[in-house]
Ligand binder design. Structure first.
Ligand SMILES: [Zn+2]
Length: 384
């Protein structure tokens, strides 16, 4: 998924970005729609009216997709899941969540929020269109039948209602990662009690639907609808890739199911007492083990921080016997420690673990109980 090449603006701190592919779609919509509006409104060949209507339609469509994504984002944030940003691109919008949902109910609420917004936009367009031109003319404008004549505003509202209805129906197909697939995942998760199983179920439906889109796209392509056919084929491949990686991800998280830090950590970690002299730390620890850093503990073996070799190298030889380790400890322990009871899954993507290669495991009273290394996590994942 694209990260968003250009930042448009921020909404309540959420970055709204667009991918370059979005401009291509914007351009395409304006070109196709200006012809459509010229036919429907019966405007003159040189009239700029159809272009203005097409531009307004494209921008309102853009706003509709953005509101749909904001629906997902607001509900996610309310449930404690930060949003990294919203990106609009060729195939709609993506609200990127910092982490996955942790209960079926949260998953359901976040998933359904977008379609609810889209349904509301559709309803507003229909109501406004009918109020403006009466049910008959608005129906004709929305259905785009051959020879339909409509005035500008009902035609615009009709198009906007139709396209949002299309977005709504498409998104509700129970095919992960579409919203309908996330809803199916939430239900399967609730019923089975297993997230991994539910994800594999919804993502398999997603893969089936993706193949259907690819087949339909190929059919349209052969029949002469080059752009529409290609668009569906590419969309099918993207959905398939997304569903496949969701399945692959569950294999990782399932393998770590029920494993805690305490199960894989080194239970007899070498630690330097904070009262030791710098000379002793260098001779008995750094020169002996040749590790770049060590945990440091106080007299009751509580973890107090880490000591790295570069810091001690800066201490002159004359001073080493008299200076103590406690003067040189890096004490930003919060990011370096992990509770020994923490699920191993929570270490995936841990920034400090990948930087230091290991984390300090502490028991509930703050005592150093072990060291968990990136290799230990890798072994638990089954990677050599
Ligand atoms: Zn959505």
């Amino acid at each position: 998924m694209p990260a968003g090449a250009l930042t448009l603006f921020h909404v309540r701190g959420i970055r709204i970005g667009v991918d370059y592919s979005w401009f291509f779609v914007l351009f395409l919509i304006i070109i196709l729609l200006s012809g459509f509006y010229r036919d429907v409104t019966g405007a003159e060949e040189e009239s700029v009216g159809p272009y203005a209507l097409a531009l307004a339609s494209a921008l309102l469509f853009f706003a509709s997709i953005l509101l749909h994504e904001l629906g997902h984002a607001v509900v996610a944030i309310r449930n404690g899941i930060p949003i990294l940003g919203i990106t609009l691109w060729m195939f709609g919008g993506v609200a990127r969540m910092e982490r996955d949902t942790d209960t079926p109910w949260t998953e359901f609420k976040v998933a359904i929020a977008g379609p609810i917004v889209t349904a509301a936009i559709t309803a507003v367009c229909v109501a406004a269109g009918i109020a403006l031109s009466g049910p008959e003319e608005f129906r004709d404008a929305a259905l785009i039948e051959d020879g339909t004549e409509a005035s500008a505003l009902p035609a615009l509202l009709g198009w906007l209602a139709s396209i949002n209805l299309l977005v709504l129906v498409f998104n509700l197909v129970p095919a992960f990662p579409l919203d309908g697939g996330r809803i199916a995942r939430a239900i399967a998760w609730k019923v089975s009690g297993e997230r991994g199983k539910a994800t594999r179920f919804a993502a398999s439906l997603g893969r089936g639907f993706a193949y259907l889109l690819i087949g339909l796209g190929a059919f349209l392509f052969i029949r002469g609808d080059i752009v529409g056919g290609l668009w569906l084929v590419v969309l099918g491949f993207i959905l398939n890739g997304s569903a496949r990686s969701a399945i692959a991800q569950t294999e990782v998280t399932d393998r770590l199911e029920g494993i805690s830090v305490v199960d894989v950590m080194d239970r007899e970690p070498v630690a330097i007492p904070e009262s030791a002299s710098v000379e002793r730390a260098v001779d008995e620890y750094f020169l002996r083990y040749r590790w770049p850093w060590f945990p440091v503990v106080d007299a009751s073996s509580r973890f107090v921080g880490v000591l790295d070799s570069a810091t001690l190298d800066a201490v002159s030889r004359d001073e080493r016997p008299t200076r103590t380790v406690s003067e040189f400890i890096a004490r930003d322990a919060g990011t370096l420690t992990v509770s020994e009871d923490a699920p191993l899954e929570s270490l995936l993507g841990n920034e400090a673990l990948s930087r230091l290669g290991a984390l300090i495991a502490v028991d509930p009273s703050g005592r150093l109980s072990g060291v968990v290394t990136a290799q230990a996590l890798g072994r638990a994942l089954g990677t050599p």
